[in-house]
Design a protein around this ligand. Structure first.
Ligand code: MF3
Ligand code: CO
Length: 281
């Protein structure tokens, strides 16, 4: 389930290098978000992100990773993750998930956001995006005080349960995608441990200062089962329901937690959950 491979622990100095990658990711997110509009192609969004990398003199975590052909993943509607940018034009009301990773001096940052293309926003899709974002922050907040990594999945499930009790998604409990999980991150984009988004009996590895983790829940409006398309990348829901994906890279250090891919380190979102962030440097 969680695996028990060796986890790379980072020094505060190494976390500061990861912060540089994280801020490039944040810049790219802002630029791509601003570029999302009706008629824009997903390849155009990829070009915007590539421009941010070039300007920063940073590398892409994704380009060439198992031969992945772009710097961005853009996943639309029933696409969950790993959508390859191309000639598809965005339409009003599309649910767009954007995932981007940067590497600076050998240290990675990785984050994702979802949004609905303005023009014809469906309240149900809006709620999907907001609930997935809330699930991510709840998972991150749980890391601040917990002793085991399993708290992330518990927090995600709690947010999904609360949304269900509040009657969101027409009474259908959001599915939590299980085929893809969060991960350790540092000198490689994907490292141990797996960060599960669902509850298990195994409470997971012990949380330690020096861990850097990508927390990335994926929620869907129907069943959680997914398939990979013929392109060998694009992950879609089996039932065609729409999906959202949010991700941040989080550092755990002696003083607390710090969200490396958020410009404010996660301060605002986590304060709302009663957690004070602890920036380094
Ligand atoms: N960023 C994704 C993740 O969150 C991985 C992207 S796969 C790639 O783990 F091939 F595009 F790099
Ligand atoms: Co990731």
């Amino acid at each position: 389930m969680f695996g028990r491979e060796r986890i790379e622990l980072k020094s505060p100095e190494q976390m500061l290098l990861m912060r540089r990658a994280g801020l490039v990711v944040a810049d790219a997110h802002a630029a791509v978000r601003a570029a999302v509009a009706v008629g824009v192609t997903t390849a155009e969004l990829d070009a915007v992100a590539a421009g941010v990398l070039a300007e920063a003199g940073a590398g892409s975590s994704f380009l060439g990773y198992h031969d992945y052909p772009a710097v961005l993943c853009v996943s639309v509607n029933d696409e969950v993750v790993h959508g390859i940018p191309g000639e598809r034009e965005l339409a009003a009301g599309d649910v767009v998930s954007v995932d981007f990773g940067a590497v600076v001096d050998g240290w990675h940052g990785d984050a994702a956001f979802s949004m609905v293309v303005p023009g014809a926003v469906d309240d149900g899709d809006d709620a999907l995006v907001a609930t997935t974002q809330a699930a991510m922050w709840a998972g991150i907040a749980a890391l601040a005080t917990a002793d085991r990594l399993g708290v992330v999945g518990e927090a995600v499930e709690d947010v999904v349960d609360a949304a269900h009790e509040a009657g969101l998604n027409a009474g259908v409990r959001y599915g939590i995608v299980e085929d893809y999980v969060g991960h350790g991150i540092g000198t490689q984009m994907h490292q141990p441990p797996d960060v599960l988004n669902y509850r298990t009996r195994d409470r997971g590895p012990r949380l330690r200062p020096g861990m850097c983790l990508a927390v990335e829940p994926m929620l869907v409006r129907g069943e959680q089962e997914s398939d990979v398309l013929e392109d060998d990348w694009t992950v879609v829901t089996r039932d065609g329901s729409r999906a959202a994906h949010w991700e941040h890279t989080v550092a755990l250090h002696e003083g607390g937690i710090w969200v490396l891919t958020s410009p404010d380190g996660g301060a605002e979102a986590l304060a709302a959950l009663g957690v004070q962030v602890a920036p380094l440097g």
